[in-house]
Ligand binder design. Structure first.
Ligand code: GCO
Ligand code: MG
Length: 406
């Protein structure tokens, strides 16, 4: 079964998505997600370099193709390279599954569990709103929730919206074509507030569910250690992205100061971003999604090593990873032993006009789907009706105007 054609579909049904389509001489079509939020055109360009290398290759040789694109290239790693390799890898797993008539998780060894626990985002302008939103999600059956609230004294807080429902509609972004929003950040206001938020959620709703919080890389290691310590009484499932992620050594300091579990890596793309973190047991959860982590092939290998160190998965699942990437996350999550949780932020309604079938959450868990391949169907004509819509994530400045981490 040879690859005979490749095409990059960039469309924006509410969010921008970069989808690679590969076609075999048997007429089997495979899809892969390579979306990198705010840098979509770069992945599209990289994939244009890869498509000629794929034509004529045996579509069933997934590992060899991965090695060819990674090991065979002089320039390795990085978000654009690894998202592009990932898109190819996902498309090949999709093709093999479809050709054999089995879901991808069967090719990976079958499911290791009965359901995939997911977590949604619970946000609000006030703590009361967050508690209400969290109560509603628990009522729907969720076993884990992430809580974020507007920090009092800050005009805006990333990931928090005037209406909690906005997150589900994906309204994270500035208007089309706009320059990045500039948000103002004040660490002391944030650090004073978060322990109160988390305490209220536990006081009101109890301990019968998993509780998560995301710091979006904005703290210093010592601040992160302090926050982790304040949160210890509330038995967090994790504290996410406490410090700028690329500084692996920083986690030694955080770990010395807190037993709150740590998750990191939604901006990572390779085992080598985790080498220190995992082998020195500095973290508890891997956040890298299939889309950004070199595909199923690389992330599966990474999770295999992580398992030896007791580190579990919590793959990134925001609405800026396409339903194809979400499906790939889910197939890997079903199959690995060391699954932790799957983030499932949800999608704007228009997404289902283009992605007409993809994994869904019911009662807080991903429903097992035995559709062959990744199980995602795409209406390519509909995709053309939602052209690329350039947008940027916001940047972040301290109150004195200094640019701050994200
Ligand atoms: C999360 C994330 C997202 C990212 C976004 C960037 O934990 O889901 O932090 O909100 O910021 O996906 O593109
Ligand atoms: Mg995050």
């Amino acid at each position: 079964m040879r690859i005979v054609a490749g095409e990059v579909i960039v469309s924006s049904p509410g969010r921008n998505f970069v989808t690679l389509k590969l076609v075999t001489d048997d007429g089997v079509v495979g899809y892969g997600d390579g979306t990198v939020n705010g840098r979509e055109r770069a992945v599209e360009g990289y994939l244009q370099h890869l498509i000629p290398l794929l034509i004529g290759r045996d579509a069933t040789r997934i590992e060899d193709t991965w090695q060819y694109l990674y090991r065979g290239a002089y320039w390795r790693r990085g978000p654009i390279t690894m998202a592009s390799i990932s898109a190819v890898d996902q498309a090949l797993w999709d093709i093999s599954g479809k050709a054999l008539g089995v879901p991808v998780h069967r090719l990976l060894g079958g499911t290791s569990r009965d359901y995939l626990m997911t977590y949604p985002h619970c946000t609000g302008m006030t703590v009361d709103e967050v508690v209400d939103e969290a109560a509603a999600k628990l009522e729907e059956g969720y076993k884990a929730i992430r809580v974020q609230a507007a920090v009092p004294g800050l005009a805006t807080t990333y990931g928090v919206h005037a209406h909690a429902d906005d997150e589900e509609t994906g309204a994270y972004e500035p208007a089309s074509g706009a320059l990045p929003d500039e948000e103002i950040w004040d660490t002391k206001l944030y650090l004073d507030f978060v322990p109160k938020l988390v305490k209220r959620v536990r006081d009101e709703l109890g301990y019968g569910f998993e509780l998560l919080h995301d710091s979006h890389h904005r703290l210093t290691p010592i601040e992160a250690g302090w926050l982790g310590k304040q949160l210890e009484p509330y038995r967090m499932f994790w504290l996410e992205d406490a410090t700028p992620a690329e500084d692996q050594a920083a986690f030694r300091l955080i770990r010395q100061h807190t037993t709150t579990p740590l998750a990191v890596g939604e901006v990572f793309n390779s085992w080598f971003d985790y080498q220190t973190l995992i082998t020195e047991r500095l973290i508890d959860f891997v956040r890298t999604p299939v889309t950004h982590g070199g595909g199923i092939t690389h992330l599966r290998q990474l999770m295999g090593v992580a398992d030896f160190y007791g580190v579990r998965s919590g793959f990134h699942g925001p609405s800026d990873i396409s339903p194809v990437g979400m499906a790939a996350n889910c197939h890997l999550s079903w199959s690995i032993h060391n699954f932790g949780v799957q983030e499932y932020m949800g999608y704007p309604e228009q997404v289902s006009k283009v992605f007409t079938r993809f994994p869904v959450v019911e009662n807080g868990v991903v429903v097992l789907d035995d559709t062959p391949g990744l199980g995602v169907e795409i209406d390519e004509d509909a995709a053309k009706r939602f052209p690329f819509d350039p947008k940027y994530l916001p940047v972040n400045r301290k109150t004195d105007g200094t640019l701050h981490d994200w």
